[in-house]
Design a protein around this ligand. Structure first.
Ligand SMILES: Cc1cc2nc3c(=O)[nH]c(=O)nc-3n(C[C@H](O)[C@H](O)[C@H](O)COP(=O)(O)O)c2cc1C
Length: 311
C-alpha cells in the first residue's frame, strides 16, 4: 500500500483537488466512497456555508474527506482553519499562499496537511515548514496556476528528488496512462480536477460537461498572463472578449461570480469555465467509481505489460 493511502486512510491514491465555489457534497462524497479522498474547496465561501457543506457531505459518506483553503483567495482563511479544527477534519489542503503560519495549529489538532506547490523551492520550503504531503501542480492544470508555468512531466521528478514526504502529481492527469506516468515520475498518487468535472456525480451545468467531452487538444487557453496571472480555462465568447488593462481588472472580471455563470449556469458568453489540458482526453461522463476502477486497472495493466516487455 502506498504511503499516501496509509497516511490518508484511503484505498486508491487519487484525491480530488479543491474546486472553489463550485464544490458540492455529492462529488466530494462520491470520491471518498470510491476509495479516494474527496475535497470541499472553500473558495470564497463563508465559514457558515462551508460548515453546512461539511454536514451535507458527512450525510453522504462516513469516509474521510478534506477541506481545501486557498489562502490568498479566501477572505476567511483564519476562520476556516479554526472551523477545520472544530469540525475535526482529518485533512486540510492549503494552496495559493504561504501555509507556514497555519501548520503547527493544524498539526497540534492531529490534522494531516497537504500543500500545493509549483516549484522545487516551494516544495522544499513546505517540507521544512512541516507539511505532511505535497501536491506538485504543473501548468497543464485547470484554474489559477503558478506564473512559473513549469510542466507536470518535469516538475514531479525534480520535486521528488528534493523532498522525502510523499508527493501527488496534479495537472494533466485523467486516465490510467496519466496515473502510471505519475508513478514512473516518482509521485505516489494523483490529484484530479478537470476529469472529475465530467462525471455523473458532478453537479456543474450540462454545457460544461459537454464542452469537456467535445474539447480537443487546442480547446484550453491561458488567460491573464499579460497582467501577471495564469488561469487555464476553456475557450468561449466571454474569455475571448477579455482585454484586461490591469491585474485588478482581470481579477474583477474573473471573480467567482463569473465562474459560477459559466460552470453552474452554463452561460459561457457571460462567464467562463476552468479546465486543464486534459480536456482533450475526456470523451465520456462516467461515475466516479467507474473512473477510478478504470484508471487503476489501466495503470496496473500498463505497468505489468511494460515489465514483461522489458524482461
Ligand atoms: C473548476 C475548478 C476549480 C478549481 N478551484 C481550485 C481551488 O479553489 N483551489 C485550488 O487549490 N485548486 C483549484 N483548482 C485546481 C484543482 O484543485 C487541481 O489541482 C487541478 O485541476 C489539477 O489539474 P487538472 O485540472 O489537469 O486535473 C480548480 C480546478 C477546477 C477544474
Amino acid at each position: 500500500m502506498s504511503r499516501i493511502c496509509t497516511k490518508l486512510q484511503i484505498d486508491v491514491p487519487i484525491i480530488q483537488g479543491g474546486m472553489g465555489n463550485i464544490s458540492h457534497a455529492e462529488l466530494t462524497a462520491a470520491v471518498s466512497n470510491a476509495g479516494g479522498l474527496g475535497t470541499i474547496g472553500c473558495g470564497t465561501m463563508t465559514p457558515v456555508e462551508v460548515k453546512q457543506l461539511i454536514k451535507e457531505t458527512r450525510r453522504l459518506t462516513s469516509r474521510p474527506f478534506a477541506l481545501n483553503i486557498a489562502i490568498r483567495v479566501s477572505p476567511y482563511t483564519e476562520d476556516l482553519i479554526t472551523l477545520a479544527i472544530e469540525e475535526k477534519m482529518p485533512v486540510v489542503s492549503l494552496s495559493a499562499g504561504n501555509p507556514a503560519p497555519f501548520l503547527s495549529k493544524l498539526r497540534q489538532a492531529g490534522i494531516q496537511t497537504i500543500g500545493v506547490v509549483a516549484s522545487v523551492k516551494q516544495a522544499v520550503k513546505a517540507e521544512q515548514a512541516g507539511m505532511d504531503i505535497l501536491v506538485a501542480e504543473g501548468v497543464e492544470a485547470a484554474g489559477i496556476n503558478s506564473p512559473l508555468e513549469l510542466t507536470t512531466m518535469t516538475l514531479i521528478p525534480q520535486i521528488t528528488d528534493h523532498v522525502t514526504i510523499p508527493v501527488l502529481a496534479a495537472g494533466g492527469i485523467g486516465d490510467g496512462r496519466g496515473l502510471a506516468a505519475a508513478w514512473m515520475l516518482g509521485a505516489e498518487g494523483v490529484q484530479l480536477g478537470t476529469r472529475l468535472i465530467a462525471t455523473q456525480e458532478s453537479r456543474v451545468h450540462e454545457h460544461y460537461k459537454r464542452h469537456l467531452v467535445q474539447a480537443d487538444d487546442l480547446e484550453t487557453r491561458i488567460i491573464g498572463r499579460e497582467v501577471g496571472q495564469v488561469r487555464r480555462v476553456l475557450n468561449g465568447a466571454y474569455v475571448e472578449g477579455l482585454r484586461p488593462a490591469s491585474l485588478a481588472e482581470f481579477q474583477e472580471k474573473t471573480n467567482e461570480s463569473f465562474h459560477i455563470k459559466g460552470a453552474l449556469e452554463g452561460d459561457e458568453t457571460a462567464g467562463y469555465v476552468n479546465a486543464g489540458l486534459v480536456a482533450g482526453l475526456i470523451d465520456d461522463v462516467p461515475t466516479v467509481a467507474e473512473l477510478f476502477n478504470r484508471m487503476m486497472d489501466d495503470a496496473f495493466g500498463r505497468i505489468e505489460r511494460m515489465y514483461r516487455t522489458l524482461q
